[in-house]
Ligand binder design. Structure first.
Ligand SMILES: O=C[C@H](O)COP(=O)(O)O
Length: 327
């Protein structure tokens, strides 16, 4: 029987109050594309889940998942099932066979559209799992500013404790950093007590330099997390754009002392990818930034693969028999 040990978790952090707009901090964007590519290429783990540490890291990764459904055909029923999965992401027998029968394990949050917030809030009651609402005209962010603020306020009033806003990509593409700052600052105010994650939609920002600068502006405007993507762009989370964002997080921390979290999202579907991102966080920002208060993976299908890999770890070559019908 395998035994897995887990890194400990931390309580939720204080909010990032933000700083005044500082265009000077954007100019330090030394983003060398080939250097970023070379560094990102060193991160992927080359092993499948064979070792105890990897199983432990996968159990930990579950804690960081913002378990997501953002489909046009979402119903109260699918959202309730998702919430049940968030409460008990791994079968109790599997936890027992991994040697951690009493491990308290839930996902980091459940992430839904505004219309599904009340359903998710009810389904998660008493679990401590926060509901995150995507907002501000997700995914394109092209609704009027006034309506975006109302949407945020409505989701917070409905019980969302985290709000995933999308930025206006045009502010980045036209270099209007002050407008981006003001937009995100307004969103931050509308969030009230809810934590705010700012989605950059990196696949639509043109250059890595823009990714860096947009990250900095969003943090200056008071984002508690910066998030790569909506999952709806042609290019979503990659290790390259993530590396640029976590380096901006490090620079912001060095400049201000505020710890901002990171959320890669979109296309992260395999356990191996989850390990790659955890390695990125550990190597670039250290152990604390692997914890759910500073790191989330936005994903709709990742949990299934993690479960499969944990099965493999627990039962080895007999794992596949678990899925075969008898007779
Ligand atoms: O914010 C989360 C993303 O929309 C999830 O994307 P995904 O469905 O590719 O996992």
């Amino acid at each position: 029987m395998a035994t897995a040990t887990l890194p400990h978790t931390h309580p939720l952090p204080e909010r990032n109050p933000g700083t005044p707009f500082d265009p000077g901090a954007l100019e330090g964007a030394l983003v060398n594309k080939s250097a970023v590519e070379r560094r990102a290429a060193t991160l992927p783990t080359r092993r499948t889940v064979k070792k105890a540490w990897q199983a432990a890291w996968l159990l930990h990764a579950i804690r960081t998942i913002d378990l997501t459904t953002l489909s046009g055909d979402d119903t109260p029923g699918t959202v309730r099932r998702l919430c049940a999965k968030a409460r008990q992401p791994v079968r109790p027998e599997l936890l027992r066979d991994l040697g951690v029968p009493h491990l308290p394990l839930t996902t980091g949050a459940v992430c839904v559209y505004h219309e599904m917030v009340p359903v998710a809030v009810e389904a998660l009651e008493g679990s401590g799992i926060p509901v995150a609402a995507v907002s501000t005209g997700f995914p394109a962010g092209l609704t009027p500013h006034r309506l975006k603020l109302q949407e945020i306020e409505a989701s917070v009033a409905a019980g969302a404790r985290e709000i995933d806003i999308v930025i206006s990509r045009r502010h980045v593409l036209t270099g209007n950093w002050k407008a981006l700052y003001q937009e995100v600052r307004d969103f931050r105010e509308a969030c009230g007590p809810a934590h705010m994650k700012s989605i950059l939609a990196v696949g639509e920002l043109g250059t890595l330099k823009n990714v860096y600068k947009a990250s900095m502006v969003c943090m200056q405007a008071g984002s508690d997390f910066i998030k790569t993507s909506t999952g709806k762009e042609a290019v979503n989370a990659t290790l390259q754009n993530s590396l640029v964002m976590v380096r901006a997080i490090r620079a912001f921390y060095e400049q201000t002392g505020y710890k901002v979290g990171f959320k890669p999202a979109g296309g992260i579907r395999t356990a191996k990818q989850a390990l790659d991102w955890l390695i990125l966080m550990k190597e670039e920002l250290g152990h604390e930034w692997m914890q759910p208060h500073l790191f989330r993976i936005g994903a709709s299908a990742l949990l299934n693969d993690i479960e499969r890999q944990l099965e493999h770890f627990a039962y080895g070559r007999y794992a596949s028999m678990q899925y075969q019908p008898l007779g």
